[in-house]
Every structure is written in C-alpha cells, then in structure tokens.
Design a protein around this ligand. Sequence first.
Ligand code: PAF
Length: 282
Amino acid sequence: VNILRTKTAVKEAMKPLLQQGKTIGLVPTMGALHEGHLSLVEKSKSYSDITIASIFVNPTQFNNPADLEKYPRPIEKDLKLLEENGVDFVFLPEVSEIYPDEVKLKIDFGELDKVLEGEFREGHFNGVGVVVSKLFNIIRPDHAYFGQKDLQQLAIIRRLNHDLSFGVELVQVDTIREQDGLAMSSRNMRLSKEDRLLATILYRCLSFAKDELLSGKDWFETKDKVTRRFMDEPNARLEYFELVKACTVEKVSQITDDETYAICTAAYIREVRLIDNLIIND
Ligand code: PAF
C-alpha cells in the first residue's frame, strides 16, 4: 500500500488521478482498525475509483488526556489490513503535519453539539470538525465514508459539509456488530474478558428499548427501566440514554411515522467509554 505522510505527497499522488477523472473515496480513521472500518473500505471500493484511508489519532478531539494516551495504535497491523483489503493509499501524517500551530478556530454547530456526546465531551466536536475540514481540504475527496455508530458525528459533518460547501458526498455505512450485538469499536480492545461480556449491556438495553417503543410503551418508563438495569451492574455506568431524531439528534420523547428516530447511548464499562445507537424506524 502506498503510504503518504505529507500534504505535498497527497497532492502529488492525487494530481494524475484527478487528471484521469478518477473519483476519490476517503475513509477517515484513527487506526486500530476492525471490521467496521473495513466495511467502510469495502463500500468505498465499490463506489469510488480510488480509495484513500487516513490514519490519524486526532489529539484535538480527545477531552480526556488518559483516553488519548491509551488509544490503541497498532500501526503495522493496520497497514497490513488496509493493504489486504485493497486500499490504494494511506494518509499517515504526524501530528505536526496536521497541526503546525495551535488551532484557534472555534466552530459553532448550533444545537447539534449541545446534546449527547457534546454534553459530556467538551470540545470533542470542535476537534472533529477541524480535523475533518483539514482532511477534506488536503485530500479533496469526491466521497467520504462514515459509520452510523457515530450518528451525532455524522450530523455534525453533514452540517460542516453543507455550511462550508465542501461538496463531498457523505456516505453513511451501517454499524458492524459482534455476534452478541456489541458494536465494533477500537475501544473494545481495552476490555478485559469479563468486561467484554458486560459490554453487551449497551446493545441489550438499546434492543429492549426499541421493542418497548415500537409496542407503544412510554419512553420515560422505558428509560427508567434501563437506568435501573445499569444500576444493578457495579462495573457499568450509564452516561446517557436518549431518544432522538436521527438526522438532527434533537431529543424527543415520542416517535411519529413521518420521521426517523434513533436511541443513542454512552456508558462506561469500568474505565472504557463506549457509545452505540439503534435506528427505530428506518
Ligand atoms: O470517527 C473517527 O474515527 C474520527 O472521529 C474521525 C472522523 C476519523 C476524525 O478524527
């Protein structure tokens, strides 16, 4: 696989492809790749002529320094996986290449980042917005692929893409799950065997709540039951469990037929923070 480490190298590599009229698909990642990322690669390979994956553990989107430090970085394994899965280029920059200076820009996403992740991870979406803008400007992709697991991130990037006229076609790809329902995540690697079993509590509660909602049960009663389930588990701590409009992540307490809704959750399994969501009525 062709590794590009600088903005100049990306520009040089993309120039002839653009001249040939090839479409460029970007799969942005922070590495520690799993099947979820590979499904983004697969989608890009079937839809774009050229696939470029980026691996960059973006420091500005971590509000917790310990989380940044502990973030897994199995770079050799990642490069091998990308090669095996037919990625054409990997953009693998150093932090100084992306951030030669401290970024002062603050992006106001309006109501989009005041809820869910935005409520608990201050500055997180500002960091995501800045790095995704940089990646879009450096790579100039036609298409970019993002997982549904980060539903709120998708809403943020949709707004960024629209309001700043990047003109990138954003492709949403379904969440890939382990057999027992746990959503694939790079953070799963940090779970002990025992905690890995406990981590299915997120998917179990989401599925339970989805069934309750679809059978007409009251949302607040359902949320109460879920909260109590978490309280019975000393090593799990629920951060939020919310019913939202899937497009705008606006919190609601009822569903209607004319709109798509999702239940979004975040919880700590001991010290590992996991997120997940389920669409209610696709
Ligand atoms: O979803 C992620 O892995 C990251 O937030 C992204 C989009 C690569 C930006 O750093």
